[in-house]
Design a protein around this ligand. Structure first.
Ligand SMILES: C[S@@+](CC[C@H](N)C(=O)[O-])C[C@H]1O[C@@H](n2cnc3c(N)ncnc32)[C@H](O)[C@@H]1O
Length: 214
């Protein structure tokens, strides 16, 4: 995530331990950070870690829901990570005029709802990564730009596969993505039947697999 963030002022929404903003300041990738946390336990942990790192002058910890504790235009970028994609998309939907021009998001499951939201709201997919771990973690950098996102314009790229697996990631065709699509094919094949969600998901995985062939 760190590599996709560079900002004068950055907000980390749902920060928990505040490790990301601490590393952003220590590495010089952000000049100032705002930590937003909804729950008292993680909020206290964030405050403790920021104090322990002696970064109170650079990181402000605020209690609140999503982008609500931020003023419009206060930060140039924000991250939302480590939550389900539906939760991430809900936080982005509720943010309204508080949304900064750049967003870095790392949902824990399929980023489909985030990519759909971004296409509708004028955010282009500037970069995507798929980080290997307990499962493959998708990281998306979104930037507010005019017009439709050109990354989806390629007629050879089926939209369902692009929204599920990522247009940049499909073009790159990394081993991590191949492993993820292969695992989906194995998991979905016995579950698929006409009219079932698994059938649609399987067709999407097959479309992605076809694209990944040399
Ligand atoms: C699983 S942790 C992820 C922590 C960190 N972002 C990471 O990636 O390691 C999710 C955190 O988001 C917080 N959270 C969930 N919904 C939130 C919301 N609407 N606004 C602010 N914080 C929220 C939770 O309290 C929790 O601390």
């Amino acid at each position: 995530m760190l590599a996709l963030i560079r900002a004068e002022a950055h907000a980390d929404i749902g920060s928990d331990h505040a490790k990301l903003p601490i590393r952003l300041i220590q590495s010089g990738r952000a000049g100032r950070c705002v930590v937003v946390e909804l729950n008292p336990g993680p909020l206290e942990l964030a405050r403790r870690n920021v104090t322990r790192a002696r970064l109170e002058g650079h990181i402000e910890v605020r209690a609140g829901d999503g982008f609500a504790p931020l003023a419009p235009g206060e930060v140039d970028s924000a991250s939302v990570s480590g939550m389900g994609a539906g939760t991430v998309a809900g936080i982005l939907r509720r943010a309204g005029e508080r949304l900064p021009p750049a967003l870095v998001v790392q949902p824990n499951d399929s980023p489909w709802p985030v990519r759909v939201w971004a296409r509708e709201q004028g955010y282009h997919l500037a970069a995507e990564r798929l980080i290997p771990g307990y499962w493959p973690y998708p990281v998306l950098r979104l930037e507010r730009r005019d017009g439709p996102d050109p990354v989806y314009a390629d007629a050879g790229l089926p939209l369902n596969a692009a929204l599920r697996y990522g247009p940049h990631l499909l073009r790159e065709g990394s081993g991590v993505l191949r492993g993820q699509v292969q695992a989906d094919l194995t998991r979905l094949t016995p579950l698929a039947a006409p009219g079932r969600t698994a059938q649609t998901e399987l067709e999407t995985a097959r479309a992605a697999w076809d694209l990944l062939q040399p």
